[in-house]
Ligand binder design. Structure first.
Ligand code: NAG
Ligand code: NAG
Length: 246
């Protein structure tokens, strides 16, 4: 009788002990989720950068890093290393992780500080005797605070009406337009320099003006490639275009 009771009691204890385990495990269980550290980085050009991506609660089966807008896989480990970053590395990076039955994605933002990035068509077109335009775009972090046009070393010709240059934002970049009132042969012979400045210094782009015979050939002026790698908006208020500043 006693031994039967003891066995019964032992059995109950075993059942209680067994049931207790998963309950305790449940208390300690972390809510699974994708964590990327740091969430964003703001570094100077030339530095090395590392982002970490991990799935809290599980070891993910697969991790992949890509840059937003580009399907090339940059890393298949938890870490994304970028060596000696340049402004072209700025943008959003995506970490994608796969755990059983779940795929999750998280984005991190990389900001690269350095001299402005000046872009535009290196060859632009104008018709002799007509009004011509030379355009350049400036973007970057920090945003450019002035854009200067330079052409030859001689005095500023009257027909260069730089004060009429249009300057406005376009996807975080600034467009600067030099207007030539009446294009002459000399404009096709010397290149134009578009120079943008910020706290890190200047960046220059040299643009050659080529002659087209018919106005319809202005269609040749292709849309400039504007880097939209940054979300920060340039402050237009501080802009001024100055001619002959070379
Ligand atoms: C995508 O990224 C790779 C590696 O960085 C680069 O070589 C390639 O040019 C990029 N493609 C586009 C369309 O930007
Ligand atoms: C234009 O830029 C080039 C290259 O940076 C430089 O050699 C040249 O002196 C510049 N011209 C003017 C007029 O500033």
């Amino acid at each position: 009788m006693n031994s039967r009771l003891s066995l019964w009691s032992l059995g109950i204890h075993l059942v209680l002990w067994y049931c207790h385990l998963p309950a305790e495990a449940q208390v300690k269980r972390v809510v699974p989720g994708l964590v990327v550290e740091p969430r964003s980085l703001d570094v100077d050009v030339g530095l090395d950068v590392t982002f970490n991506c991990k799935w809290v609660g599980y070891q993910p089966r697969a991790v992949s890093w890509t840059k937003k807008g580009n399907s090339t896989v940059l890393s298949n480990t938890n870490q994304l290393h970028l060596k000696s970053v340049s402004q072209s590395d700025a943008g959003q990076y995506m970490c994608k992780a796969l755990v059983p039955r779940i795929i999750a994605e998280k984005a991190v933002t990389l900001t690269v500080n350095g001299p402005p990035v000046v872009s535009g068509d290196s060859v632009q077109y104008a018709v002799r005797g007509e009004t011509g335009e030379v355009k350049c775009y400036a973007a970057g972090s920090p945003p450019p605070d002035r854009i200067l046009w330079a052409w030859k070393d001689e005095a500023v010709p009257e027909r260069y009406t730089v004060e009429q240059s249009k300057v406005h934002t376009l996807g975080g970049a600034v467009l600067s337009t030099l207007i030539i009132n009446s294009v002459t042969e000399a404009d096709f012979q010397s290149p134009f320099n578009c120079t943008a400045w910020n706290a890190y210094g200047p960046s220059t782009m040299t643009i050659a003006l080529e002659e087209t015979v018919h106005s319809s050939s202005f269609l040749h002026v292709a849309k400039a490639c504007v880097s939209d790698s940054r979300s920060r908006r340039a402050d237009v208020g501080g802009f001024g275009a100055v001619f002959g500043g070379g």
